[in-house]
Design a protein around this ligand. Structure first.
Ligand code: ADP
Ligand code: ADP
Length: 226
């Protein structure tokens, strides 16, 4: 469970391009924040800075009370889910979910419990021995989420997690993500192009353009106004 605080965040890439400009946002514990905006406006860059996968050029990032600008990704209590799933094709669902925990050298019985608990939450228990190629698109996306929730992170970052799914599955997974948010009580930051996802999932929506947060408001205020 965690709040986040982004204060005057800037990102310049080594080639000099400024991808994020003076971005400030206070995120309360358990919020579901949506990032929307055209391709190239800086959504992924912002997520990657929060995850620690991209250096922050200037500004301050806090998770809870801790300034994390210089904290390693693995020590930030953050999990990220991408649109392309990024599953290991040669590993079973179980091993895909256990991988990050094994890297952290956790005891085997503890890993086993964490994997099985996450599998149960995501309805993956009967699929633990399968390899990704023997799964449907929706099942793969659930495994990708399983890999993220298995570590019990305080914050989830999701970068268009449903964009590779067909419309029907997208609708189902949207409901699952909403339930997951309620059940786990985590803070979520979620990038999407889909207005229905933004409207139904978001507690607040951040509209970005050219690296700037142009509007930050509730879905009702952004979309329902005449
Ligand atoms: P979005 O996620 O909103 O589509 P990104 O955050 O991926 O946008 O990219 C923001 C801008 O930064 C884009 O113009 C992109 O071309 C640029 N950009 C992304 N990565 C790099 C990089 N490594 N070097 C230079 N420019 C980059
Ligand atoms: P997995 O690849 O199964 O998620 P880890 O989470 O341990 O395993 O990731 C290994 C490395 O990859 C981390 O040390 C980190 O550098 C990077 N990484 C992977 N996922 C994330 C994430 N969500 N946030 C930050 N870094 C990540």
């Amino acid at each position: 469970m965690a709040s986040l605080s982004l204060t005057n965040i800037n990102k310049s890439y080594p080639n000099g391009f400024q991808a994020v400009k003076d971005f400030s946002l206070e995120i309360a514990d358990k919020e579901f924040i949506i990032f929307v905006g055209p391709s190239g406006c800086g959504k992924s860059t912002t997520l990657r800075m929060i995850a620690g996968l991209e250096e922050i050029t200037s500004g301050e990032l806090k998770i809870g009370d801790r300034v994390v600008n210089d904290v390693e990704p693995k020590d930030r209590d953050i999990a990220m889910v991408f649109q392309n799933y990024a599953l290991y094709p040669h590993m079973t669902v179980y091993d895909n979910m256990a991988f990050g925990l094994k890297l952290r050298k956790m005891p085997k019985d503890q890993i086993d419990k964490m994997v099985r608990d996450a599998a149960e939450i995501l309805d993956l228990t009967s699929l633990l021995d399968r390899k990704p190629k023997a799964l449907s698109g929706g099942q793969r996306q659930r495994v990708a989420m399983g890999r993220a929730i298995v570590r019990d992170p305080k914050v989830f970052l999701m970068d268009e997690p449903l964009s590779n799914l067909d419309a029907k599955l997208r609708g189902q997974m949207r409901i699952e993500i909403s339930k997951l948010h309620q059940r786990l009580g985590t803070t979520i930051i979620y990038v999407t192009h889909d207005q229905t996802e933004a409207m139904t999932l978001g507690t607040r929506i951040v509209v970005m353009k050219d690296g700037v947060a142009q509007q930050i408001d509730t879905p009702q205020n952004l979309y329902d106004r005449p």
